[in-house]
Design a protein around this ligand. Sequence first.
Ligand code: DP6
Length: 326
Amino acid sequence: MATEKATAVACANIAFIKFWGKRDAELNLPANSSLSMNLEGLTTVTTVEFSPNYDDDLVILDGQEARGEARQRIVAHLDRVRAMAGRRARARVISENSFPVGAGLASSASGFAALSLAASRAAGLELSQRELSILARLGSGSACRSIPGGFSEWAVGTCSEDSFARQIAPPEHWDLRDVIAIVSRARKLVGSTEGHSLAPTSHLYQARVASVADRLAQARAALLKKDLAALGPLIEEDAVSMHAVMMTSRPPIYYWLPSTVRLIREVQDWRAGGLEVYFTLDAGPNVHLICQAADQTEVEKRLKDIEGVLEVIVSGPGPGAQVIEP
Ligand code: DP6
């Protein structure tokens, strides 16, 4: 086999209705469906090159050779692609994140989406968007939502073949903004994968899972109508419901910092004063402020005065994963 190389780019995404808890940890099948927006400009660019001349897989992440578990997770993904393509050649993977390294933002969604597209193309596979989303999901659950562009819904499904993300609206549907307030750049104490496995130990977990379908249907309808007054409270409720499960897991996981709570309170005050902005959080202390484009500057301005905000990153609806031609 000759050398085969491809490069792909994918965006991170922010979930409005979250994925927390897996019904199958091997296949990354979620306990519930989820809904998200790709984040423009928060990207991972990944090049994969298979060659019969390589003795082993080499993975370079943001200029550093990956080792241990981080490398193993990527090698396992390359193995999936090799199995699909019926190939054995080892690979070189070079991956760069556009967002500040260590800003506390998850890179596994953009990372596994870009890796899935680059590795499958380099191995000579032309996967459909559905197949790519399934492949990305096997690497990291939320990565399946970074394959389609704009706003996506990941269906809980019944098995591996029907649990993937579909676009529900393109990026140009609605110019929502995610104004991200970074309050910590520290690596999280409990990674998402471990957190998912603890979720069922919370007495709130079953109640949360049972409540998602309804909330998601309402959120989807609000999103399609571009109704932020309807969507916003659902986004907040879902994020808090997820964090309530985290905080009541055994052992509990507290991702919030004092500045996280301060920001949540500020958002409520700002809204009471007429600024239409809502919060959400992933598995970490940083706060994502969701607002319309017209309010972005005001939200950014107010964040500058809040104690504990280290950095503000602004994003809007981003495209789907794409191959970058050489
Ligand atoms: C809190 O997709 O990172 O961001 O499948 O174990 O890699 P793994 O988990 P991951 O979990 C994301 C959790 C979340 C919520 C969400 O994005 O839906």
